[in-house]
Write a protein that binds this ligand. Structure first.
Ligand code: SF4
Length: 328
């Protein structure tokens, strides 16, 4: 889906790379190929990892807390982050031998429905965008079966395919990797502007949206630029937008030390000046993963690793202690 003929070649219009492919060539993502004048998605139905995860692990903190989500990963990615935490499945795809196991859609749906604590299916681990057709097919079938659908993505996708996915996806976690174009160009092989556009589109369509920001020392942790990013989120998406700050660990081609507690706390305090719901991930000792009432500081959702206790009235959307409204 989403390609056009350009003279003797075809152009893939799934993401902003807009790859123009000669016969047999594969796009930047490593999994979409021109075969016979059509784009074929080589990873269709191929699953690299699969299993039940706590929904908090996506991370999604305000979407069915305490539940599990059946998580599916494939292979390939349209960005090439040199700090990728899942590079084994996202980078260096071998076109003739992608690996993974073949799954039928009905098999995945049946597995998802076999666990009573499971709410649905999440497309995660690698970049779901590059397997657009499979995600769309599985998600639309899952929704018809009463399952919720989640996409964990870099947000590097064109408007039309994104709007097509929004029809079948209930909740998104989007990685906002930095707030400078230079970071996206140098560290990720992409651009910032399309990611910001995706965030606005998801928000406009009122899908559940949470954002993850991986804090990489000396790369994207400037307080001044972070302040600009937080202002943009607040102004464009709203003060209730959930922001997850995540500790970086050395991976793939990056080897500088992991993010310090001091830096995480510094950015947390900056973000809290404008946003109501900010969390720190990969740092349980900092105890910044609970959801507090905005009025009386009562703990509404307590999270200890992946144990979650909910103390919130979802129907009335109020704090059970002060009875004031809190929109989660
Ligand atoms: S999805 Fe892949 S082939 Fe299509 S434009 Fe993006 S990188 Fe290129």
């Amino acid at each position: 889906m989403f390609y056009q003929k350009v003279k003797r070649n075809v152009q893939c219009n799934i993401c902003p790379h807009e790859c123009i492919l000669h016969e047999g060539k594969v796009g930047v993502c490593g999994v979409r190929r021109n075969l016979g004048g059509k784009i074929r998605c080589l990873n269709y139905g191929l699953v690299s990892s699969v299993g039940f995860d706590p929904i908090e692990k996506k991370p999604l903190y305000h979407f069915y807390p305490g539940k599990e989500i059946f998580s599916i990963g494939s292979m390939g990615c349209n960005l090439s982050c040199n700090f990728c935490q899942n590079w084994e499945i996202s980078q260096n795809c071998q076109v003739e031998n992608l690996g993974g196991n073949k799954y039928e859609i009905k098999e995945l749906i049946a597995k998802a429905k076999s666990n009573p604590n499971n709410i649905g299916i999440a497309f995660t681990y690698n970049e779901p965008t590059v397997g657009f057709e499979f995600v769309k097919d599985v998600a639309s079938k899952a929704q018809k079966e009463g399952l919720k659908t989640v996409m964990v993505s870099n947000g590097y996708i064109n408007q039309k395919p994104l709007e097509s996915l929004i029809e079948v996806i209930d909740a998104f976690n989007i990685d906002l990797k930095a707030f400078t174009e230079s970071f996206y160009v140098e560290m990720s092989g992409g651009q910032l502007a399309p990611v910001l556009e995706s965030l606005k589109i998801i928000n406009k369509h009122k899908r559940h949206l949470e954002i993850t920001f991986l804090v990489i020392p000396n790369k994207n942790d400037s307080v001044e630029i972070f302040k600009e990013m937080v202002s943009w989120i607040c102004n464009e998406l709203g003060e209730n937008t959930v922001l997850h700050l995540s500790r970086y660990f050395p991976r793939y081609k990056q080897n500088q030390p992991f993010t310090s507690n001091e830096k995480l706390i510094e950015l947390f305090n900056v973000a809290k000046e404008r946003l109501n719901f900010v969390y720190i991930g990969n740092a349980p000792e900092l105890d910044k993963s609970n959801t507090l009432c905005l009025h009386c500081n009562t703990v509404l959702i307590k999270r200890e690793r992946y144990n979650t206790m909910v103390n919130y009235n979802w129907e009335l959307k109020t704090c059970p202690e002060c009875n004031k409204p809190v929109e989660l």
